[in-house]
Design a protein around this ligand. Sequence first.
Ligand code: ATP
Length: 293
Amino acid sequence: MRTLKLKAPAKVNLYLQVLKRRPDGFHDIETIFEKIDLCDTITLKKLNTPGIELFCSAGLAQDNRNLAYQAAQAIFQNTGCEQGVELRITKRIPVAAGLGGGSSDAASVLLGLNRLFSFGLSKKQLAKLAEQLGADVPFFIFPGARAIGRGKGEDLTTLRLNKKYWYILVIPRPIKVSTRKMYQSLRIALTKRASRAKIVLQALKKSDLTSLNKNSYNSFESVLVKKYRQILVIKKALQSSGCAATLVSGSGPCVFGVTQTRKEAAEISKSLRAKSKNWQVITCKTFSSVKNM
Ligand code: ATP
């Protein structure tokens, strides 16, 4: 095998509570991750000469500032591999939106190179490399569509939930947020709130979107809403178009609405698109393919 084509799915956080700042500067969190079928595609091709050649769309860096490049470097270093690879990434996941695109690309490169060069690294070894690349990267190594993440997000527990949901993702194009800065703007009144992750899981199991809306939570949401009124405007637009549950993903600025059917999601998306040209609106559902693994 000389080439491999992989899908790198985005994620949403159906719950995200930042618990506390740790002495190492990271934060402990509790989150419910879900992969969605909005995917970047990555083609990996063996080269006859050593080195990493990266081609990436969306104007992103094509050198070691790109997380996918760093992933290739990490696995080559770890295995002592002196061969070469060409990586071609077609970005579809909006960048720096809270949808985990960079992390997912990095995880797919680790999984893909492990297969392409038959390195034989175990999931555990890949997860260790993933953790060094970023807190969200291990989730994308993880085979299931949903998991609870604890620690920095790398301590993962599978969620066996057959339910599929539809999502309306709304990305306010003018708003640019940096995850690092968002963490810095969280003040430590963080630990006081009791966890509602279990109630959210029950709501997801029972398709109870009203309970999901009431109990789901994202620590960054109030900070984002204070800073950018648009976030609240989007949430209200989703609600008035018929969305029972709305939330911010990751550290934002993507706001998403949840529905049970494709029809509802398509109608709500249409109504949101008509409301503002500055909103990128994407309809997608729970990710079901695990072919990368
Ligand atoms: P975070 O993991 O910081 O929460 P995110 O999910 O909000 O990120 P990403 O799309 O992963 O957003 O982008 C975060 C940053 O990483 C951007 O500033 C981007 O320039 C950089 N980056 C590096 N490599 C990639 C990549 N392959 N795809 C997307 N962004 C990348």
